[in-house]
Design a protein around this ligand. Structure first.
Ligand code: 6GU
Length: 224
């Protein structure tokens, strides 16, 4: 998978992608991430990328010109399954969408900033708009990193234990069950006996039961 990310502050994401599972996946050749600084596509004297909003009002708007230049260059090289604009008025990002996007060959993220981007870019290029939740961030960079992480870890081989991504919270519509490691007893608190039994069927049943219980208690909305 190839992921291109257009941003006015690519440095915000640089070290993130050089660490974590993203680094692992890159080294394994499963994904390549390409950060593009929008300023590099400006034809203005001081590499300016934003301008005052027509009609007035507070804040700046990312202009059409540098974005369309950057997008046209990328689109001349390859096609993208999706051109995704990160924006608080987008569709809320969920595991199901991460699963779907993890099957992509090429994804392109556009990070918003300031008051947003010129609406005509959204009309002409953007195929999907994503928000990561109902709160406002200063820019789309952290949201792009969140989405990329959730997507990349689903690529087979990206995480050590192949089965591990499948047992994540949300993957089966339920929250994950509690987990324990040694010691079996800590200050009088004992690990549930079934986990020490070696009885695979019973362990699986216990974990499922705990998942359902936890989901009922914490996120009953997921069971609707
Ligand atoms: Cl994608 N961008 C910004 N700026 N704020 C957000 C968001 C995205 N998702 C939630 N809040």
């Amino acid at each position: 998978m190839r992921i291109d990310i257009i941003s006015v502050v690519p440095a915000l994401m640089q070290s993130f992608f050089e660490h974590s599972i993203c680094k692992r996946a890159s080294q394994a050749g499963l994904v390549s991430i390409h950060l593009h600084d929008l300023h590099d596509y400006s034809s203005k004297k001081f590499r300016q990328v934003d301008d005052y909003p027509f009609g007035g009002g507070a804040g700046m708007v990312i202009a059409v010109e540098p974005l369309s230049t950057c997008l046209d260059l990328l689109l001349a090289e390859r096609t993208y399954e999706d051109i995704i604009f990160l924006t608080p008025d987008g569709q809320t990002f969920q595991q199901g969408l991460a699963n779907q996007l993890s099957l992509s060959e090429n994804l392109l993220f556009i990070c918003g900033h300031y008051k947003g981007i010129d609406e005509r870019i959204r009309e002409k290029y953007v195929t999907r708009e994503i928000s990561i939740g109902d709160y406002v961030l200063s820019g789309g960079e952290i949201a792009a990193a969140v989405c990329a992480d959730a997507i990349i870890r689903l690529i087979p081989g990206a995480i050590g234990d192949e089965s591990s991504a499948l047992t994540d919270s949300f993957q089966d519509g339920l929250l994950a069950p509690p987990v324990y490691t040694r010691p079996a007893s800590f200050q009088g608190m004992d690990v549930p006996e079934v986990l020490l039994s070696g009885h695979e069927k019973k362990i699986e049943a216990w974990r499922h039961e705990q998942s359902v219980k936890r989901t009922q208690e914490r996120r009953p909305d997921l069971l609707q």
